[in-house]
Design a protein around this ligand. Structure first.
Ligand code: TMP
Length: 221
C-alpha cells in the first residue's frame, strides 16, 4: 500500500534541452512508487488542463512574434495554476511531487537567455507561486551543443525555444551554473552525458539519500 508521509517533498528536475529529463522522470516516479511512496509526476509549462493549453501557445513555432514579457507572464500563469491546483495540495497531503522544470527554468531561459532582469522575474515568480520553493533540485548537466544535437536527432518536435540560436542556449547553460552556485544546498548535479541507465542510477542514489529511504525501509520491515 502507498505510504503517506507527514510532510510532502518537492523535487524538481532542471537542465538544458536534450538533458533527458522527460526520459528519466517516469522511471524515477515508478521506482519511488515501488518503495511504497505516493508520487505526483508533473511538468512545466503544463501539469493542469489550463497549463497544457498555455504550453501549446508557448511552444507553437508559429508564435514567433511573442514578446519576451508575454512569454514570462504565460509561463507564470501556467505556474500559478499548477501550484494552486496540483503542487500545493499534493504537498499538503504528504505526497512527493516530481516536477519536470519549475521557477529555475524561468531564471535560466527568460533571465539569462532572454536577458530579462532577474529581480523582476523573482518578484513575478513570488507572486505566481506564493514563494513555494523546491526542497531539492536535480540538475541534469549537458553541454548545449550535445543537448541540441540529441534534441534534433530525437523524434520529438522542435518547439519555439529549441529553435533559438546556439548563443541563446549557451547563455541558458551559463545561467544554470550561476543559479547552482547561488544555492548549492538545494541543487545536486548529475552528468547527463552518461548513459540513460547510469543517469537513472545516479538520480535514485540522490533521492534515496534526500528522502532517507534507507531508514524508511527499516521502519517498515
Ligand atoms: P520541455 O518540456 O521540452 O523541456 O520544454 C519546455 C521549454 O520551455 C524549454 O525550452 C524550456 C522552456 N521554459 C522556459 O523558457 N521558461 C520556463 O519557465 C519553463 C518552465 C520552461
Amino acid at each position: 500500500m502507498a505510504r503517506k508521509r507527514n510532510r510532502g517533498f518537492f523535487i524538481t528536475l532542471e537542465g538544458p534541452e536534450g538533458s533527458g529529463k522527460s526520459t528519466q522522470i517516469p522511471a524515477l516516479a515508478a521506482w519511488l512508487r515501488a518503495q511504497g511512496l505516493e508520487v505526483v509526476q508533473t511538468r512545466e509549462p503544463g501539469g493542469t488542463r489550463i497549463g497544457e493549453e498555455i504550453r501549446a501557445l508557448l511552444h507553437n513555432p508559429a508564435n514567433i512574434e511573442m514578446a519576451p514579457l508575454t512569454e514570462i507572464l504565460l509561463y507564470s500563469a501556467s505556474r500559478a495554476q499548477h501550484v494552486a491546483e496540483v503542487i500545493r495540495p499534493a504537498l499538503e497531503a504528504g505526497q512527493i511531487v516530481l516536477c519536470d522544470r519549475y521557477c529555475d527554468s524561468t531564471y535560466a531561459y527568460q533571465g539569462y537567455g532572454r536577458g530579462l532582469a532577474l529581480p523582476v522575474l523573482r518578484e513575478i515568480t513570488q507572486f505566481a507561486t506564493g514563494g513555494l520553493t523546491p526542497n531539492l533540485t536535480c540538475y541534469l548537466d549537458i553541454k548545449p551543443e550535445l543537448g541540441l544535437r540529441r534534441r534534433q536527432e530525437s523524434a520529438e518536435e522542435m518547439n519555439r525555444l529549441d529553435r533559438e540560436t546556439l548563443a541563446f542556449h549557451r547563455r541558458v547553460y551559463a545561467g544554470y551554473l550561476a543559479l547552482l552556485a547561488e544555492e548549492p544546498e538545494r541543487w545536486v548535479t548529475v552528468d547527463a552525458a552518461q548513459s540513460i541507465e547510469q543517469v537513472q542510477l545516479d538520480l535514485r542514489a540522490i533521492l534515496s539519500n534526500s528522502l532517507d529511504l534507507g531508514s524508511l525501509r527499516e521502519k517498515v520491515l
